[in-house]
Ligand binder design. Structure first.
Ligand SMILES: [Zn+2]
Length: 484
């Protein structure tokens, strides 16, 4: 399975040439390849400065108001800075977004940009309200960005988008971000009624206003991703009420879907009945995976989970109650049966991991993918599970030939070059070695102890403390001596 992060702990991305040649329908191959190239640029271009980490920044409160029209996305931001906010707290922001007005307590504010960082002159010992607004434009090709980002810096667009869908999250810095900080968010999004908004958290309100719909969210978290899509591009929703959770699946209509790969050639399902049965097993697998996570990690009260198929290549994200998964990953799901459940796993694991700390991507992605494979084993059997591990050991879906890696390479791997191989493959194999040494129940108990604390940024120390408490330290140390 081929996953790498575009930007966040909860993104997945498939991009090897092997994957593309197998799974990309020839008619759209060029589009997909260029989409991948762009995403790689994004990965390289958005590495933040080291000074971004301010875990002690305290709770800031944001009011975000978005208004979408045919050609513009207008954003208004107000941030209440608490008294004694640290004036050296840096707000990361997409430096290419042109700010229209920046005011502090109603008066024009002084600010400057330092790399990705927005520095506003504020009196540190007083509470203050910082306000700003800016606009994203829709290009003729249909993508959404700030004009400046398009012209000089194609890799730093503030949103992932295509003609019909926009995805906004903090790693694109579409609003000023303090990393590793939980903040309170009051959000309203006004879209034409032809559109639907999928938010990170449960909606707190939805109203009609003329030809528009207003979506409201109120939450405390480190991020508030929003997925805005035209509503009329999907098949009729498949809705399932299951063990107290309402599931809604929105698939894109497609006249063929990948069914298998035989002799290195894609085999497609083309009849409506075949496609229907394929999607039926996708939804069934998702429910089984969800049940497994509830039972084997910890129970989370979840009233709704919405799964939306995206036409933005490379976009897959597990949000709090919404999964967005792109068409190519849906193809992968048809083949291996655990691409969608990877994103479901992020409802439990790896969303709040300290931004630039050692082991971030191991904690956020390798652990999640291994837990995902354990859930896969429960529904697909041991042989399928063992095969999935071998695929990762051998880098089966990678562009790079088989190579061996050490555990400290995995822990030190950040975003970018080598991430896919080391985090989504080798990191998972190391987890498997650890599991073989201590047993699945102990491993799950360690993971539960590490990740189940609310409003907490998980670090490698949290994991290691749990490993010690479970008496598994020696087995953990053994991982550092292995080459896998
Ligand atoms: Zn992931």
């Amino acid at each position: 399975m081929l996953l790498s992060s575009i930007a966040t702990a909860f993104h997945s991305f498939k991009g090897s040439s092997i994957y593309r040649s197998l799974f990309t329908p020839p008619t759209t191959g060029l589009l997909h390849i260029s989409g991948f190239t762009l995403a790689v640029l994004l990965v390289l271009a958005t590495n933040p400065p080291v000074l971004a980490q301010k875990p002690e920044a305290g709770t800031w409160s944001y009011t975000l108001h978005l208004q979408l029209t045919d050609t513009l996305l207008q954003v208004d931001v107000a941030i209440n800075l608490p008294a004694n906010h640290n004036s050296s707290t840096w707000m990361l922001f997409n430096r290419h977004i042109g700010l229209h007005d920046v005011t502090l307590n109603g008066a024009p504010a002084g600010f400057h940009r330092d790399g990705d960082t927005l520095v506003v002159d504020t009196p540190a010992d007083e509470a203050a309200t910082l306000q700003m607004n800016y606009t994203f434009h829709r290009s003729e090709a249909g993508s959404w960005s700030d004009g400046a980002a398009n012209a000089g810096n194609p890799g730093v667009a503030p949103a992932e988008s295509n003609n019909t869908q926009i995805f906004l999250e903090r790693f694109h810095k579409w609003y000023p971000v303090v990393y590793d900080n939980f903040a309170e968010y009051l959000i309203s999004v006004v879209v034409p009624s032809t559109h639907v908004v999928y938010g990170w958290h449960r909606e707190t309100g939805r109203d009609k206003a003329g030809d528009n719909t207003v979506y409201r969210y109120h939450c405390t978290d480190e991020d508030v991703p929003l997925f805005i899509t035209r509503g009329d591009i999907f098949e009729a929703a498949r809705q399932v009420d299951h063990n107290g959770t309402h599931f809604e699946f929105r698939f894109l209509p497609r006249d063929k879907r990948l069914l298998a790969v035989s002799d290195n050639k894609p085999v497609y399902a083309t009849s409506p009945a075949q496609i229907d049965s394929l999607l039926q097993s996708t939804t069934t697998n998702a429910l089984l995976a969800f049940d497994w996570f509830q039972a084997n990690l910890w129970f989370q009260e979840t009233d709704t989970v919405r799964v939306v198929e995206s036409s933005i290549f490379g976009l897959a994200v597990g949000m709090k109650n919404c999964i967005v998964i792109d068409r190519s990953l849906m193809s992968m799901e048809a083949l291996d049966g655990y691409a969608l459940s990877h994103e479901l796993g992020h409802l439990w694991i790896g969303i709040h991991t300290l931004y630039q700390a050692k082991g971030k991507f191991f904690l956020g992605e390798s652990v999640n993918e291994y837990v995902n494979l354990l859930s896969y084993k429960s529904r697909a059997g041991s042989a399928a599970f063992e095969q999935a591990i071998r695929n990762k050991t051998e880098l089966r879906y990678s562009e790079k030939p088989f190579f061996k890696a050490r555990f400290d390479q995995v822990l030190n791997q950040g975003r970018g070059e080598g991430q896919f191989e080391l985090i989504y493959n080798k990191g998972v194999v190391f987890m498997h070695e650890f599991c073989n040494r201590i047993g699945q129940q102990k491993l799950l108990s360690i993971i539960k102890g590490t990740y189940s604390r609310p409003n907490h940024f998980v670090t490698l120390s949290d994991l290691e403390n749990q490993i010690r408490q479970h008496g598994c330290w020696d087995q953990y140390l053994e991982l550092f001596g292995l080459e896998l």
